[in-house]
Design a protein around this ligand. Sequence first.
Ligand code: MSP
Length: 504
Amino acid sequence: MTSTYVTTPIYYVNAEPPLGLAYTTIFGDALTRWARLMGDDVYYLTGTDEHGLKIQQSAEAAGVTPQEITDGIAPKFAAAWERLNIANDDFIRTTEQRHKDAVAELLQRCYDAGDIELDTFAGKYCVACEEYYQDDELVEIDGTPDCCPTHQRPVEYFEEENYFFRLSRFEDRLLDYYAAHPGALTPEHRGNEALGLIRSGLRDFSISRTSLEWGIPLPWDADHVTYVWFDALTNYLAAIGFGDDSKDYARWWPATHLIGKDIVRQHCVYWPAMLMSAGIELPARWAIGGWLLVGGEKMSKTSGNVVNPLDLIDDIGVDGFRYYVLADTAYGNDGDFSYEGLVGRYNADLANNLGNLAARVATVVAKKCDGVGSAPSPDSALAEAAATAVADSTAGWADVQPSRALDATWGLIRATNAYLEQNEPWKADPGAEVDAVMGDALEALRIIAILVSPAVPDTAQAVWERIGMAGAVADQRLPDAATWGGYAAGSAVTKGDPLFPRIS
Ligand code: MSP
C-alpha cells in the first residue's frame, strides 16, 4: 500500500486564522481525501508554530506568558479547521514535548555531523519573518529605509554570538539532488524559483539566539535557544515520532510538503540541507502554492483586508467555500479573491450544474420511474465521458492540480446535463426508454459523487444517499468504484432540499 504523508505549514499564532491560511489547509485536505479514495495509507498533518520573538514580545506587551497566548489561540485554529471539514489526522503544536524532543534530536545530529558551529553575527533582522536580511535585500517604504520586502516594515539591528548551520556546504548536493529527482518541486515554475535561490549562492544561517527565551534550548549549550526555522521545520518529523522507536515514523516519512511561495527558501533549501546533515531521507515532494490575494494584494492585518473564512461560509456553505478555493486558481499561481467571484462560481458550477443535475435526476425518477433507479446501459454515451473524467481527474490530483481535476469532473457533470437535455426524459411517457436514460444519469451521478468527494465531502455524501447508494462515499476505492455500471438498480431515489440554493 502506498503511504501518503501530507503536511501544511504550521501557522503562526499571532492572530486568528485568516482566509489565506485556510487556503493551504483546504488543498491539503482535498489532496489527502483523494489519496484515501486511491486506497493509500494516509496521514495529514497541520499545526501551529508557537515559539519566537514575536510571541515573546506580544506576551510582554500584554503582561501574560507566551504559553498563555499560544494556549488561547491554537485551539481556535483547530476549531476553524473542524468547521471547514478538514480531516487532519494530527495537530502539532511546537510547544508540545514530542516536538521539543525531536528538535533536540535533529539539532544534536547536525551538530555531531559538524554542520553547526559558533560564530558572531551582526545584522538586520525582520521580527515578522524571523529572518536576517542583507542590505541589498531591503526596501524603502514611504521614505523609511531598510524595510523587510515581505512585511514592508523596518528591520531591527541585532548583534550576538550565534550558532550557524553551514548551509554553504550543501549547494552542490542540493542541486544534484533536485536534478536527480525531477518533479520533486511542483509546479515547475515555482520549483525553478527554488533552484534559482540555490544557484545564486548559499550563506550559512544562524540557528540560535541568546536574547530569546521563548524557544527550545540547544541540547549542548543551554544559553542558546534555537532559532525559529530550525524549530518549526522539525514539526514534520516530530508528529510522526522521529526519535521515538515506538512510533510510526518509518511508516509515514518521507512527506509531501504543501507550502506557500514565501517559505520556499526555508523548505526547499534549508530543510533538505538539514536533513542531509542529519542523515535523514529527503521529503518526497514540495508542492508550492501561490497566495490568495484581495484586490491584488496579500491579505494582511496592516492592509486591513483580512477575510475570515468562517464569515463566508454562512453565505456560501462549507462546501461552496472549499470548492471555490480549490477550483478557482491553479495551484502555484496567485488567486484573486472577491465576493463577486465567489458567488459567480458558486452559482455557475454548484447551483446551476451540480445542484441542478442532482435535483432534476431525482425529480424525473420520482415522476416517471416511481422513485426507483434502473440499471445503466453498458454502452451508454455517458460511459466514455465518465472514463475520461476519471482519468483526467486522477492525473490532476496526482499533479497537485485540484483545479484541473475538478474541471475534468465538471466535464462529466456538464455532459450528463447535456445528455438529459438531449433526451428530455421529463417529456416522455414512463417506460423502458425513460428508465434507461435515468439509469445512465444515476450512474453518472454516482461516479460524480465519488469524484467530487475530496472537494465537497458533505455534498458528495448527500448525493450518494439521495441516489440510494449505501455506506460512505469516502469508503469507495478508485479506480474500481468508478468503473461504469456500478449503480445498483432498484435503489430508492430521494430528492431532498436543494444542495446549493442560488445566491442572488
Ligand atoms: N510559521 C511559518 C511556517 C513554518 S512551516 C515549518 C509561517 N507561518 S504563516 O502563518 O505566516 O504562514 C503559513 C503559510 O500560509 C505560508 O506558506 C503562507 O504563504 C501561507 N499564507 C499566508 N497568507 C496567505 C494567503 N493570503 N494566501 C495563500 N497562502 C497564504 O510562515
